[in-house]
Design a protein around this ligand. Structure first.
Ligand code: ZN
Length: 450
């Protein structure tokens, strides 16, 4: 008995520590996000164009008032607090009642695990066999067949193709990164935090207008399996609603912070028509500056993924790689790596393009290029093919209509552009990278943080 208990504890602690050590998605580091500068009553920013005009991170992160959000903010939970259904929100209340009944019927004995900040002490007796397919315990991504739940997306079906996404945005100081992506004709999948969308709506608006795919990354960026059914519902529902309100599209995809998901949370997300996208490879970029992790370490992590392509690991599919727009360093690091990624992989594509999700939003008039269109291919060189309407993991069904958004070319990156954009983030690119300026900059921003 003692042995069995010890084994369970060991299994959990190994699983959890691996997960936390490999947490990705901001890890515990979300508090280091770029909060912006001091509140300035009359910032010059009035619309999307003015918000996109500066590449000075301090200027970009001056708070501004945006009337469309001021008008509706009372209909959302308090930013950066655990979400709950807003009193008087009859639509959310009714939808949750239906979903909650389903969840309670299916998982009557699966409750919240641990705490919102990832203390799993209370879950130390969790069954080592992992009946809930709990990612944080075992990195489980494929629920048992009899659960009826879809498998998480961890890779893309296209060979030698890097599935590109950025977590934790919209970051107030993302203009240099977004300018760079625009100049390269590179789209990505952006996993937005609802509280950031409310705080920085014009930055979110830029995300959709630049042609990126928008997905949900919860309201307050905490551990989802620790949430009650209502909290988990509200974290997803109000983030989705914030993106719909600000950017005019209703996402059909999400990513759990820290990867923390189990079958109960999967069911709640699926009930909201959100496909779960996790990852196969982690750059651990958010860790720079924590626990002795250096920029060089992160560059090596990128290189490990690139090297896998050279070794044939991605001959039949591609990785979904975890990157962040959480701070200036993570964004600048991507700029230094982009040329190498493009050299190592045949294609670098957003997840929607990789899966031919030509209508990735509830609004079916908003279309997205399929893989063939995105990669400018004229004949069949695609694993899934543009005719594919569904993918193996049962993700959003592509409509018959092809993507109408035109890919803006896949011109190769050039170092001078990267250097220019990195310089705007306060980073000098010299070989691998020189980070002194960025560190000074982060230090400056940190002084204004709580
Ligand atoms: Zn995250």
């Amino acid at each position: 008995m003692l042995q069995a208990t010890t084994a369970v504890l060991l299994a959990l602690s190994v699983g959890a520590s691996q997960a936390l050590g490999h947490a990705g998605c901001g890890g515990h580091d979300i508090a280091r996000r770029n909060l912006g500068g001091p509140i300035i009553a009359a910032a010059a920013v009035t619309d999307e164009a003015s918000a996109a005009s500066s590449v000075d991170p301090v200027e970009e992160c001056m708070y501004y008032s945006y009337q469309p959000v001021l008008d509706v903010v009372k209909n959302f939970p308090t930013v950066w607090q655990t979400a709950a259904i807003v009193p008087g929100d009859d639509e959310a209340t009714a939808l949750f009642a239906t979903i909650n009944a389903t969840v309670n019927a299916k998982y009557p004995n699966v409750g919240p695990k641990g705490t919102h900040n990832g203390d799993w002490t209370l879950s130390k007796n969790y069954d080592a066999k992992d009946p809930d397919c709990w990612w944080t315990h075992s990195q489980c991504t494929t629920p048992a067949a009899d659960s009826g739940l879809k498998a998480d997306i961890v890779s893309v079906p296209e060979p030698e193709t890097w599935g590109l996404g950025f977590d934790d945005g919209p970051n107030c100081s993302h203009n240099a990164l977004y300018d760079y992506l625009r100049d390269q004709g590179q789209k990505a999948t952006m996993f937005y935090i609802g509280s950031n969308v409310i705080d920085w709506p014009l930055q979110a608006l830029r995300g959709i207008d630049d042609g990126h795919q928008l997905c949900v990354h919860t309201w307050s960026h905490q551990y989802m399996t620790s949430m009650t059914n209502e909290e988990a519902f509200a974290e997803l529902y109000y983030t989705r609603k914030s993106i719909q309100t600000v950017a005019g599209v209703t996402p059909m995809c999400w990513r759990p912070p820290y990867g923390d998901v189990d079958n109960r949370i999967r069911l709640i997300a699926e009930s909201l028509n959100l496909t779960n996208i996790v990852w196969s490879d982690d750059t651990e970029d958010w860790q720079v500056g924590t626990g002795g992790v250096t920029q060089d370490d992160v560059s090596k992590n990128y290189q490990l993924v690139i090297d896998k392509a050279g070794k044939g690991t991605y001959a039949t599919h591609g990785p979904v790689v975890l990157n962040h727009e959480i701070n200036n360093m993570t964004m600048a690091e991507f700029l230094t790596q982009y040329d190498k990624i493009k050299a190592g992989f045949k294609y670098v594509v957003p997840i929607a393009a990789a899966y031919n999700w030509t209508t990735p939003y509830v609004e079916t008039n908003v279309t997205f290029p399929d893989f063939m269109t995105y990669t400018n291919q004229s004949s069949g060189d695609s694993a899934s093919g543009s005719a594919s309407a569904t993918d193996a993991s049962g993700s959003p069904t592509a409509a018959a209509s092809g993507g109408s958004a035109s890919p803006s070319g896949t011109g190769s990156a050039n170092s001078s552009t990267a250097a220019k954009s990195a310089a705007a983030l306060g980073v000098e690119v010299k070989g691998a990278a020189v980070w002194g300026v960025a560190i000074m900059l982060i230090g400056r921003i940190a002084l204004s943080m709580w």
